[in-house]
Design a protein around this ligand. Structure first.
Ligand code: NAD
Length: 505
């Protein structure tokens, strides 16, 4: 199957039935069961039905994987491959991901509940693009020669950290893996990566394609299993040099403890968010704003760290914008993620759906008013569906405005003045993303400058592309960024070599 187009629903179901799923861990170039033979079941969020039993690793499997990655790092089988050859292997890998995008998209859709239009149309092309982008940078980034005194030469070069441990979430399983693997492998590291236990399948197939592309054994190792065993073992491992994590702020904090209590490994954290979308009173095309607002909060079922979950709107535009958003929701059908017409699929798990429903109850109890949505739907499917839900009359001190819900729930908050809008936007423990809508050029720049967020979209909801860094202020991030040359540098150590020329003496 090498077609990269989104299939029709019937074809997709037939192709799913024919999928050959990888369910063993990839360690040192071999697909293996867990050392103790344990397995866990992964479910389809759209049906609640089991898909497959996946190898459940534990600390002993992490030890084996780290030992393989250490050998591969120390003997230079990857870091000493010439930059041009390393680039070629990674680009071949990206090409294979792209060529198998339809198969990978189907796997992602059944394992994560994400709409097939997104997995085949966006996630897999973006995964390939990320790996290709970092591969292409390998032979284009130079070291430095310092302005040292006569008779000396000082070079400043970047070297791989060594073994990178990566732990990633379930909301964009393939893309989040690529955001770590692209720069970590391009800079010559070896990697031990753990997917979220709800979504192991796409990464195992992507890793298999990596081996096919020519990644040497031990360079990319995938250990599947739970966070509190495999994740913690990676976090605490004394032979891992750098840790790259994407997930909740709560678990992110633990990685700082793991590092502090083990070998002080470098820790890079991409965490949660409660991002504002500010709409000023001079906007004219409310339908266009509503379309952006909907993407910001409802794309990927709201299971998005940079979701624009707080709509901060000028009092004079609130009613009209709410109407425009409700009209826009006609373009956001909820349903079977394998149907190409579906824009909103299923939430990742029953437990997560229940958590989102609990927040909806909390919002009602706090006095906010549900304008649309607000309950579970499509229960007969066995899946975990919640439609787009909009709360009006939200105050920024309510829990639904302060805590990350990670579901399709928008809180609408009114303001009167620019100062008030900015204060509301920044009144959050998070600082990942923000967007603002205005035609006033001065105001756009002023507010963008004063927003405490890592990524600001003006008249758009956008995270930028592979050329721009992604990361957050405050509780949204720590230690680094994903994407762009900023991501490259963080997987390297800086080395100075000071040379005394003999002729000088
Ligand atoms: P999570 O923190 O529960 O899990 C993330 C990963 O950590 C998983 O692989 C999990 O198995 C592992 N883990 C869980 N407990 C652990 C422990 N005690 N020790 C070590 N590892 C452990 O997050 P999630 O529910 O998978 O993902 C949702 C969260 O991720 C949200 O908060 C979201 O905002 C965040 N996120 C952030 C970004 C970003 O780039 N900033 C991107 C996507 C998701």
């Amino acid at each position: 199957m090498t077609d990269t187009l989104v299939p029709a629903a019937e074809a997709a179901r037939a192709e799913v039935a024919a999928l050959r799923l990888r369910t063993q861990m990839l360690i040192d170039g071999q697909f293996r069961d867990a050392l103790d033979g344990t397995r866990f079941t992964t479910h389809n969020p759209a049906t609640g039905q089991p898909i497959a039993d996946v190898a459940e690793g534990g600390p002993a499997d992490v030890d084996v994987a780290v030992a393989a990655a250490r050998r591969a790092a120390d003997d230079g089988r990857w870091s000493r491959v010439s930059p041009g050859d390393r680039k070629r292997i990674l680009i071949r890998w990206a090409d294979l991901i792209e060529a198998n995008g339809r198969e990978l998209g189907l796997i992602e859709t059944i394992d994560a509940g994400k709409p097939i239009v997104d997995t085949v149309g966006l996630d897999m092309p973006e995964t390939a693009t990320c790996i290709r982008w970092h591969a292409e940078a390998i032979d284009k980034l130079y070291g430095q020669v310092a302005p040292s005194p006569e008779g000396t030469i000082a070079t400043i070069t970047q070297e791989p950290c060594g073994v990178v441990g990566a732990v990633i979430p379930w909301n964009y399983p393939a893309q989040m893996a690529a955001w770590k693997l692209g720069p970590a492998l391009a800079t010559g590291n070896t990697v031990v990566i753990k997917p979220a236990s709800t979504t192991s399948l796409s990464l195992l197939r992507i890793a298999e394609l990596g081996a096919e592309a020519g990644l040497p054994d031990g360079v990319l190792n995938v250990v599947t299993g739970p966070g509190d065993t495999v994740g913690e073992a990676i976090g605490r491992h004394p032979d891992i040099d750098c840790l790259a994590f994407t997930g909740s702020t709560e678990v992110g904090r633990r990685f700082l403890t793991y590092a502090a209590e083990s070998n002080l490994k470098r820790v890079l954290l991409e965490l949660g968010g409660k991002s504002p979308q500010i709409v000023f009173d001079d906007v004219t095309d409310l339908a266009a704003v509503a379309a952006n607002v909907a993407v910001a909060i409802f794309w990927n079922m709201g299971e998005n760290c940079s979701a624009g979950s707080r709509l901060i709107v000028h009092r004079s535009k609130r009613a009209a914008l709410l109407e425009a958003i409700q009209a826009e929701l006609a373009n956001w059908p909820v349903g079977d993620p394998l149907d190409p017409a579906t824009k909103i699929g299923a939430l990742i798990s029953r437990g997560h759906m229940e958590r989102v429903l609990e927040y909806i109850d909390i919002g009602r109890a706090e006095g906010a008013r549900v304008v649309t949505g607000g309950q579970r739907i499509l229960e007969e499917s066995g899946g975990w569906f919640i439609p787009p839900t909009v709360f009006d009359g939200v105050r920024n001190d309510m829990r639904i405005a302060r805590e990350e819900i990670f579901g399709p729930v928008l809180s609408v908050i009114e303001f009167e003045t620019e100062t008030e809008a900015l204060a509301l936007a920044n009144d959050t423990p998070y600082g990942l993303a923000a967007s603002l809508y205005t035609h006033d050029f001065d105001r756009a720049h002023r507010v963008a400058r004063d927003l405490k967020a890592g990524v600001v979209g003006i008249n758009a909801y956008s995270e930028g592309d592979m050329t721009t860094p992604f990361g957050g202020y405050k509780l949204s991030g720590f230690g680094g960024h994903d994407k762009s040359v900023h991501a490259h540098g963080q997987y390297t150590e800086t080395k100075t070599v000071w040379i005394q020329l003999r002729s000088a003496g």
